[in-house]
Design a protein. Structure first.
Length: 637
């Protein structure tokens, strides 16, 4: 049996290597339990490929039956494991599945001599089994005619259905193959009955069946189990950042008295745009703060705070509209990309390495100081990293699926209120902030922010980050370019550029994450590029977009890569904070641009055919129904 994870490479491009390891370790460890019960021998794993055999090392008379039952249980277990891991490893984990290929025949088994020698199988049987897997389909088990014949001898021919199309296999010619086509109960009473990757029933929260952790008297949402798992993941990401803030408060108490009611609603007549700062002040280095951040896992978050975070995230999810692109799923993708970049902030060549005999307390302080300077203070500023995650989560709240220029036409009063600048972004910020400032989250605010100044700085950071995602305002873009040149291309003392560089790097983290699909695997890019096209086409059909995207999408994407994506990826590398990650982002951007230049016109044709003749003339997006109104109201409305 050969098996591999469908979509694994694309999924991995958005994750940390440690997360990839967790996925593979959890899946393969679950296979160990099944293999022991079924008397199946695991030969090896190569990346995401899993190879197993029956009849070795001991002969088994009904090896075909044994392997079919093993493959079926593994298939079902993968579906369970990936869904369980979605709250840990993030969006799209629960949709991963495996394809399986089986073939029967003789092999040579042995150990090739050399370093790290291991038991292996050799022969044409192995190659054919590999072909059964590579030509298979996600969530299905493909069986060769030789294995089908073995099953017939074991009176199990009813388990199979012949594949409708003949399979042309390199080096083998045209083959007749079969799909395993029965239910778990028919195969084994011990196999789990879960189908693994089938559609899920909706879960109605607040009193209805579903994850009890989401019970709330305020938020009544209908969502799938997948959505609930993704919300769990978002909460875990936020809670980890909150732990960093809390442990700093515990170990390094502020010299000022804590506020009893931490709330900040802004001044009358002021809008989010007024809160944008060219350079936001970053704290000076304190060894005890940097050390505390390293020990954030020691913090135990009270259940009342965890529940408040879950409720707030659920409210935020409910404020997203069911657009094809600017939706809650994409906000989660952006959040995941921010978390990845933050985790990729690298350590410089340290003077003292952990584990050396001289690595004492002073050496640890020295290491923390070097990291602080190398990252412009971001690595030891937990309030800033929390603001980045928060900004990623809320930046597209209530997005209408149209441009700011169109919003100004449709909602002139609101556009005037926001001075015709970044209307969607300011609207999103106000909605997110209004919810956070309600009495319902008073305890949560007081837990995270000790003083009004802390809350004010958090808002300042969030405003800068969210408004940085408005990349189509020419005036704001030119100002950002000028700041970049001043921060990284002028010979000024570091003391004069530290805050400016830190602010710019944080803005580039959120900007890169907002278009991270362009700097990830081709399949990830294709998914979100298609969603963006469909969203704009829907706006055009509704009369909310003057130009037909069918006529400019191919050339427009090339220009977007050349004028924004590739220069942005190059700046990630130039700021010298993210190590090899910046090389990875730039390489993906260049590769996707090259592939789009070659295949983009055909892809656009397929998207148009899908829209015009496909099955989704209606809106198949998840989420709330759009009422066509902006949720933010003017103060006197």
């Amino acid at each position: 049996m050969f098996a591999d994870i469908v979509g694994f490479t694309a999924w991995s491009s958005a994750r940390e290597p440690a997360q990839v390891f967790v996925l593979l370790q959890t899946i393969y460890q679950s296979f160990v339990v099944i293999a022991k019960r079924r008397r199946v021998f695991k030969v090896e794993t190569i990346g995401d490929s899993y190879i197993a055999v029956t009849g070795l090392p001991k002969s088994q008379s009904k090896h075909a039956t044994i392997m079919l039952r093993f493959a079926w249980e593994c298939r079902n277990r993968v579906g369970q494991v990936t869904k369980e891991l979605e709250s840990i490893l993030g969006p799209d984990t629960g949709t991963l599945s495996m394809r399986f290929g089986l073939h029967s025949g003789a092999v040579i088994a042995g150990v090739l001599q050399g370093d790290r020698a291991r038991f292996q199988l050799f022969g044409d049987t192995v190659n054919t089994a590999a072909r059964m897997e590579s030509t298979g389909m996600a969530g299905r088990i493909q069986v060769s005619s030789a294995t089908a014949d073995a099953l017939k001898k074991e009176n199990k021919e009813g388990w199979l259905t012949q594949r409708s199309d003949d399979l042309s296999v390199k080096g083998k010619g045209v083959l007749t193959t079969y799909w395993l086509a029965l239910h778990s109960a028919d195969l084994s009473t011990s196999a789990n009955s879960s189908s693994g990757n089938s559609d899920e029933d909706a879960v109605v929260l607040d009193g209805e069946p579903g994850p009890p952790r989401w019970h709330s008297s305020m938020v009544r949402l209908a969502m799938s189990r997948k959505q609930a798992r993704v919300l769990d993941w978002v909460c875990e990401v936020l809670l980890r950042q909150i732990k960093k803030v809390v442990i700093v408060h515990q170990r390094c108490p502020l010299p000022v008295k804590a506020s009893r009611d931490v709330v900040f609603r802004g001044k009358e007549g002021k809008i989010c745009l007024d809160g944008v700062e060219e350079a936001i002040s970053t704290p000076d280095f304190r060894a005890e703060v940097a050390e505390a951040v390293m020990d954030c896992d020691l913090v135990e978050i009270p259940e009342t705070i965890s529940a408040a975070i879950r409720e707030y995230v659920a409210i935020i999810a409910d404020t997203y509209r069911p657009n094809k692109f600017h939706n809650f799923e994409h906000a989660c993708h952006v959040t995941m990309s921010v978390a990845k970049l933050l985790s990729r902030v690298v350590t410089p060549d340290l003077l003292v390495q952990p584990g050396e005999s001289t690595f004492d307390q002073s050496a640890r302080h020295q290491m923390a100081a070097q990291i602080h300077d190398f990252t412009h203070g971001i690595a030891s500023d937990p309030l800033a990293t929390l603001a980045l995650i928060f900004a990623a989560l809320v930046h597209d709240i209530d997005h209408q699926g149209v441009s700011n220029a169109q919003l100004a036409k449709e909602f002139p009063e609101i556009a005037e209120h926001y001075r015709n600048k970044s209307v969607a972004e300011q609207n999103a910020l106000d909605i997110a902030w209004d919810h956070l400032m309600t009495d319902r989250f008073k305890t949560l605010r007081e837990y995270i922010f000790v003083t009004q100044d802390e809350l004010r700085r958090f808002r300042q950071l969030t405003v800068n980050m969210v408004l940085a995602t408005d990349v189509f305002d020419k005036e704001l873009n030119q100002l950002r370019k000028n700041r970049w040149r001043r921060a990284f291309h002028t010979k000024l003392p570091p003391s004069l550029t530290k805050d400016l560089r830190a602010t710019i790097v944080m803005e580039h983290i959120i900007q890169a994450s907002d278009v991270s699909h362009t700097m990830q695997h081709w399949h990830v890019y294709q998914k979100w590029n298609g969603c963006s096209f469909k969203e704009m086409y829907a706006a055009f059909k509704e009369g909310r977009l003057s130009r037909d995207p069918r006529k400019f999408w191919y050339e427009g994407e090339l220009k977007f890569f050349d004028n924004y994506v590739i220069p942005l990826a190059a700046k990630l590398k130039e700021c010298n904070v993210f190590g090899v990650s910046s090389d990875e982002y730039l390489a993906y951007a260049l590769k996707n641009r090259e592939e789009w230049a070659e295949r983009g016109e055909k892809i656009v044709e397929d998207l148009i055919l899908d829209l015009e003749f496909g099955h989704h003339n209606g809106d198949d997006s998840e989420g709330i129904a759009s009422d066509g109104l902006m949720r933010r109201r003017l103060p006197d409305a």
